[in-house]
Design a protein around this ligand. Structure first.
Ligand code: C5P
Length: 232
């Protein structure tokens, strides 16, 4: 599986995202479209970016009853995206239904990645709000294993967990990892960060990088630096 850098296009309008992508003249980075842009601009923004030749990770984190997720995934799949995701906490039944919905008539489908526990959730909140008593790392690995058992392609996790996920779920099971910063860059609101080079060493398959590229004075140069350090 080829390693790649995915740019988190956390913009909330078509104008902003297009202005950003125009800087990449001729280059077609893999991009992540999140809820913010999708809710603002709708599916047409996905079609438009795809038509420009980019691979797309549609980060909508679905979580609902299996039948609803299955039908929604079929709609997302028809947008010709390359990767999408859901919450593993929606249960194995929901994950299996999602895979079914995502699979096109010709047998192809986008990659399906599970979110385990959001990084904004800590052990205290799990215990108090969700009545989950087990340690957080154990919960994360259990959810990853459930996703792998259902035939999903991977999980979103910290680069620091990539190695462990591969040990538990297999080498081919993808780790898609945000929380990446250059060694000499701003950390911002991310807490546990890793450089692209370190992420490669630990075994991330895809790094998701937002502000170190989008807020850079020279986004193309920052993207190329990321690719050099991560892919080599
Ligand atoms: O700007 P930055 O590099 O921090 O962007 C990281 C991207 O990855 C954002 O789109 C953020 O929502 C997403 N993400 C994250 N941590 C997670 C899951 C997703 O930072 N645990």
């Amino acid at each position: 599986m080829g390693k790649d850098v995915i740019i988190a296009c956390d913009f909330n309008s078509r104008d902003e995202v297009m202005k950003f992508l125009d800087k990449f003249q001729g280059k077609k980075p893999f991009v992540k479209i999140g809820m913010e842009l999708f809710y603002a601009e709708g599916p047409k923004i996905v079609r438009e970016i795809k038509a420009r030749g980019h691979k797309i990770f549609l980060d909508l984190k679905l979580h609902d009853i299996p039948n609803t997720v299955k039908k929604s995934m079929a709609v997302l799949s028809s947008l010709d995206i390359d990767m999408c995701n859901l919450h593993a906490s929606g249960t194995k039944a929901m994950m299996s239904a999602a895979l079914e919905g995502l699979t096109r008539k010709d047998g192809t489908r986008p990659l399906l990645i599970a979110v385990t526990q959001l990084t904004s959730t800590d052990e205290n909140r799990m215990r108090e709000d969700l009545l989950i008593e087990r340690p957080l790392p154990e919960v994360v690995m259990h959810y990853a294993k459930c996703a792998a058992d259902c035939g999903l392609d991977g999980v979103v996790c910290s680069p620091l967990e990539a190695d462990k996920v591969h040990k538990v779920c297999g080498k081919e099971f993808l780790t898609v990892t945000p929380g990446v910063r250059f060694a000499d860059g701003d950390v911002g609101d991310q807490v546990r960060v890793t450089t692209p080079e370190k992420a490669r060493e630990i075994g991330s398959d895809y790094i998701v990088v937002g502000r170190p590229i989008t807020a850079s004075e020279n986004p193309v140069e920052a993207y190329e630096r990321c690719v050099r350090e991560f892919v080599g």
